[in-house]
Design a protein around this ligand. Structure first.
Ligand code: ADP
Ligand code: MG
Length: 239
């Protein structure tokens, strides 16, 4: 990828607050730095702000206060051609999938790749490879709207990783999957991460990161729980 300075984080969030009208404080004073190549988990109960944080990072929502920078670009100032160029580097697997119901599985995945100007043969090969990894090869020509939720979820994941983006954002990617299929999805993410991709996974399923050494950040009512605890400890230990 073109912008990957060694000394920089891919995501830099400084004191970001997001308020949905009229007065829902979804995120409050969030500061977060994610180096290139990290895989990390965002956790917290339903309503804690996980989806909103992913939306700030991919630029679907903007903070009311604070800074959100991705690959060195301030998302509040970025304009013109820079926006699609940055979006190509981000693969988002949405919590509600956002598939085109009247298109086939293969078409849903291919479309994400066509905007990145891959040739047809590369696209076809990649689609088959991803469907095999996610045990969905038999659904290649099925309409997305006819799939079960667990199958749709895997198509959304395949579409998010298809372009080998620099940054993958996965929102509750295993929410509709059994433990075997969850394992396949996590193996795919780990494989992407090993090849250098930064991955942020929002989940309320502690099973998928239990025992791993990845960073886990817990949101609670729009704030990072661990950050607060650390602040309190520091204050208590002051003379
Ligand atoms: N578009 C919206 N309009 C108003 N409130 C919203 C909207 N999206 C999310 N919220 C609220 O913001 C808070 C955080 O939501 P969300 O980021 O979806 O949390 P999570 O993904 O952790 O469940 C919740 O109180 C939710 O109801
Ligand atoms: Mg959510």
């Amino acid at each position: 990828m073109d912008i990957q300075p060694a000394n920089k984080s891919i995501v830099e969030i400084v004191r970001a607050t997001k308020i949905y009208p009229p007065d829902v404080v979804a995120l409050e004073d969030i500061t977060l730095s994610i180096p290139y190549g990290e895989m990390l988990f965002l956790t917290g109960m339903s309503g804690a702000g996980k989806t909103t944080l992913l939306k700030l990072i991919c630029g679907i929502e903007h903070p009311d206060k604070g800074l959100v920078e991705v690959a060195g670009k301030d998302l509040n100032r970025i304009k013109g051609k820079e926006i699609p160029r940055l979006r190509l580097q981000i693969g988002m697997a949405y919590q509600d999938f956002k598939l085109l119901a009247d298109r086939t599985v293969a078409q849903n995945i291919s479309m994400a790749m066509e905007v990145a100007y891959h040739n047809i043969r590369t696209i076809k090969k990649r689609v088959i490879e991803l469907l095999k990894k996610l045990r969905l090869e038999h659904k290649h020509d099925a309409l997305a709207g006819r799939l079960s939720r667990g199958e749709q979820q895997r198509v959304a994941i395949a579409r998010a990783v298809a372009n080998s983006p620099t940054l993958i954002l996965a929102d509750e990617p295993t929410g509709n999957l059994d433990s075997k299929t969850t394992k396949l999805v996590m193996e795919l993410f780990e494989e992407c991460n090993k090849s250098g991709t930064t991955i942020i996974i929002a989940t309320h399923d502690a099973e998928i990161y239990r025992g791993s050494s990845y960073r886990v950040l817990e949101l609670h009512s729009g704030r990072f729980l661990l950050h607060e605890e650390r602040t309190i400890t520091t204050m208590n230990s002051m003379p």
